[in-house]
Design a binder for this molecule. Structure first.
Ligand SMILES: Cc1cc2nc3c(=O)[nH]c(=O)nc-3n(C[C@H](O)[C@H](O)[C@H](O)COP(=O)(O)OP(=O)(O)OC[C@H]3O[C@@H](n4cnc5c(N)ncnc54)[C@H](O)[C@@H]3O)c2cc1C
Length: 405
């Protein structure tokens, strides 16, 4: 008979690693299987797969607002505990100095207010690749020294079903039985997670497609924003966070690439500022599917690569994207932005596709357990986005399974 694990963690990204660490550290009597489709620790086939997920290949900004995001689902005391635990590991490598977002100039803030934009400032701690590798190493050492976590890399999970006493997980390497599951398949698994929720009948909302473009401008034309990393929102449009002095790069998914941003290595440094311009558009029960479809179409239009065009070409109707009527809202959004970023039309470029690759939403308890008994969800699969937020949610899900048992 197959060996039964106490917990199966699907996805060894940021949430999965911190869930494993927490269990090794605090609940070491339990046997855990950690599965990831990527190659093993310190090896990588694609940008977003394997141990630590997007952390080593992302921009390394740990936004302080992440803690608030988790508080929307989990009670403040629990979030504080998870934050302290997360920070206790970070402090072993990095002084965790918070870079304060001083915000746009007061004149710009006034213009933003007059134009009815909501402004959120984003303080952050900057992590560099060498620090991320250092953190990864001490976590691996800790987990291996305890010895209760079995790694199964290069192993894609195809599906799982709930049986009487356990879940049966079907993978490339065969079947595994686990009493509980923490599912945290993040950025590369957002479409699969949406399918899992649909198959279990637990989808709460899949009505929004989040898609748009990534705009880039020379910093000199955005001086009034004062290097603020703010996020602006108005109705169903989100602009930001503004990201300074880096490069737009392809973010490599299983079967498409989207526009992302890096600045935490010398080779990415630039004199540009860039930001996502995303619309959350209504498609009844079909949001994730439409996000995926529109990203793929935009990708095809730019010959299977990240496209770059002048912002003004879109307003003139001669951009490749102008062929897709679903993007027509961009006309009004760009015109509106000229009130607060006057140079966007003459100096701005946009990159496509840009999407928010998040699974449909589901109901979660404050322990991050779904409506399926024993199925816990963390990280982006729980619609909790960002390095700090994903890590904390992994810790909270692990506690959710064992605390008070
Ligand atoms: C280029 C880039 C820059 C970023 N910069 C920042 C930043 O500066 N600050 C910030 O806060 N956030 C940033 N992010 C976002 C942040 O990295 C994510 O929010 C975070 O990684 C989510 O963590 P997660 O654990 O949910 O998922 P991930 O880290 O995406 O991990 C998911 C894991 O699941 C595995 N997986 C997927 N499907 C399966 C399957 N079927 N079977 C087995 N395994 C599977 C994957 O291989 C992966 O290892 C960035 C992302 C990118 C791509």
């Amino acid at each position: 008979m197959a060996k039964i694990f106490d917990v199966g963690i699907i996805g060894a990204g940021i949430a999965g690693v911190f869930a494993s660490l927490r269990i090794a550290d605090k609940y070491s009597d339990n046997r855990v299987l950690l599965i990831d489709l990527g190659k093993g620790v310190a090896k990588r086939r694609r940008q977003l797969e394997a141990w630590f997920g997007c952390f080593p290949t992302g921009d390394g900004k740990i936004y302080q607002n992440d803690y608030k995001k988790v508080s929307e689902i989990v009670d403040g005391r629990t979030v504080k505990g998870a934050k302290n635990y997360f920070n206790s590991w970070l402090y072993q490598i990095n002084d965790n100095k918070i870079i304060k977002d001083l915000g746009p100039s007061s004149a710009t803030l006034k213009t933003l207010e007059e134009n009815e934009w909501d402004v959120q400032l984003n303080d952050y701690v900057q992590w560099k690749p060498e620090d991320i590798h250092g953190l990864s190493k001490i976590i691996v050492n800790k987990i291996e020294s305890v010895g209760n976590i079995t790694f199964s890399f290069d192993n894609e999970v195809f599906s799982f079903i709930k049986e009487k006493r356990h879940f049966a997980i079907t993978t490339e390497e065969g079947e595994f039985l686990c009493k509980k599951i923490i599912m945290c398949v993040g950025r590369s698994g957002w479409r699969w997670a949406t399918k899992v929720y649909k198959d279990f009948g637990i989808t709460l909302n899949d009505d929004l497609a989040n898609f748009g473009v990534r705009v880039e401008l020379p910093c000199q034309y955005m001086k009034e924003f004062n290097k603020s990393h703010c996020t602006l929102t108005k109705g169903d449009i989100t602009v930001g966070p503004l990201s300074w002095n880096g490069t737009v790069i392809p973010e490599d998914h299983a079967d498409l690439a989207i526009s992302a941003f890096r600045s935490n290595e010398e080779r990415w440094k630039s004199d540009k500022v860039s930001f996502n311009l995303i619309g959350s558009k209504y498609f009844k029960d079909d949001g994730c599917n439409q996000t995926d479809r529109l990203a793929k179409l935009a990708f095809l239009l730019s010959n299977d690569r990240i496209g770059k065009e002048r912002v003004k070409s879109f307003l003139r109707g001669n951009s490749q994207l102008s062929l897709l009527p679903e993007y027509s809202w961009l006309n009004e959004a760009i015109e509106d932005l000229t009130n607060i970023m006057p140079n966007i039309l003459t100096k701005g470029y946009f990159h496509m596709p840009a999407i928010i690759p998040m699974a449909s939403t589901i109901n979660l308890t404050p322990k991050l357990e779904s409506d399926v008994d024993g199925l816990f969800i963390a990280g982006e699969s729980a619609n909790i986005r960002g390095i700090g937020a994903s890590a904390m949610s992994g810790i909270i899900a692990a506690d959710g399974i064992f605390k008070g048992k």
